[in-house]
Design a protein around this ligand. Structure first.
Ligand code: FES
Length: 318
């Protein structure tokens, strides 16, 4: 068995250059970025170099990419060593990237490691003697809903058990095809015993071309002629303009910035005492109309406005 250590005793080629389809793909990746920002293409280039070089990135490719992108070699190495998907030493024909993060761990990835050990004789960081398998433990691969799972080369296999993954490894050893997706026949990430939601969706009413439809507030079609929603119900009293031509500095209210201040002006709110007088319904109306996401409640604008209005009244009479 051999390790997956970066560099080390691995036999390295003297040189590397992209060619053929990989060269064209590399050009395309670099061209995506504006002049002076070519370093952004480092990860696609590492991936392309790995694919061109049979599954791993030699040091010559690191140097080539560094030169091509105007980066220091160490910067390219930093990226290459950060991502587990970049291999700096040869890997087996089937690279088993085994997810060891919590959901997969709780759902039995230990049994998958046991199957790998029993069928191939290797553990994390090792390659089998026949060069067929390399095992790498990786962090979450984003398929937790079908945990435990393993990425084999570019494909995911999911819902693994000791038995089904042992069978998969034997299939690959015998030259069979890699099955992908759930190994228990689950469709996508639906519950294992079939869909439980969105199975009783009522059929929409038959479409009547004679009726003009519009959408109600919840997005459901309503035949024209139905009463329109009371858009102004709950709307606080508005002023045509600030009293005496001078609006209060509403942005003094915590959580209310200049943008919201100007939106409030747009609905006729200019003064602290107007906000202080909002009823809960009026506050909800403003919240919805200006899409405030609950800020008025969170920062209690009504109480703040009342305090500011009182302070201003006190200053006015002092
Ligand atoms: S924890 Fe394994 S895929 Fe997310």
């Amino acid at each position: 068995m051999s390790g997956l250590a970066a560099g080390g005793a691995v036999e390295q080629p003297d040189s590397f250059a992209f060619d053929g389809e990989y060269g064209r793909a590399a050009d395309k990746a670099v061209d995506r970025y504006p002049e002076g920002r070519q370093a952004s293409a480092v990860l696609p280039l590492l991936d392309l170099a790995q694919r061109q070089h049979g599954g791993w990135v030699p040091q010559a490719a690191i140097e080539h990419i560094a030169g091509r992108l105007g980066m220091a070699k160490i910067r390219v190495m930093e990226v290459a060593t950060f991502y587990t998907m970049i291999n700096l030493a040869p890997v087996g024909r089937y690279h088993l990237q085994v997810c060891g993060t919590t959901p997969c761990m709780l759902r039995g990835i230990g049994e998958v490691f046991r199957a790998i050990r029993d069928e191939t004789g290797i553990g994390p960081g090792e390659t089998s003697e026949d060069g067929l398998f390399t095992c790498t433990e990786v962090e979450c691969l984003g398929a937790c809903v079908n945990a435990p799972m393993v990425q084999v080369n570019d494909d995911f296999v999911e819902d693994l058990t000791y038995e089904n993954f042992s069978g998969l490894l034997r299939t690959l050893k015998n030259g069979g095809e890699l099955p992908t997706g759930s190994l228990v026949g689950r469709h996508s990430s639906e519950p294992e015993d079939g869909a439980r939601t969105l199975i009783d969706v009522p059929a929409p009413p038959p479409f009547d071309p004679a009726v003009v439809y519009r959408l109600n507030g919840a997005g459901a079609p309503v035949a024209a002629g139905s009463p329109a929603p009371a858009e102004n119900e709950g709307r606080p009293a508005a002023l045509d303009g600030p009293r005496g031509g001078n609006a209060d500095a509403l942005a003094r209210i915590r959580g209310l910035g200049p943008k919201i201040e100007s939106a409030l002006h747009g609905i006729g709110i200019y003064h602290f005492d107007q906000i202080a007088a909002w009823t809960p319904e009026e506050k909800d109306w403003v919240n919805g109309a200006l899409k405030l996401g609950g800020r008025a409640d969170r920062d209690d604008w009504v109480a703040q406005a009342a305090a500011l209005a009182n302070a201003e009244a006190g200053e006015g009479t002092a």
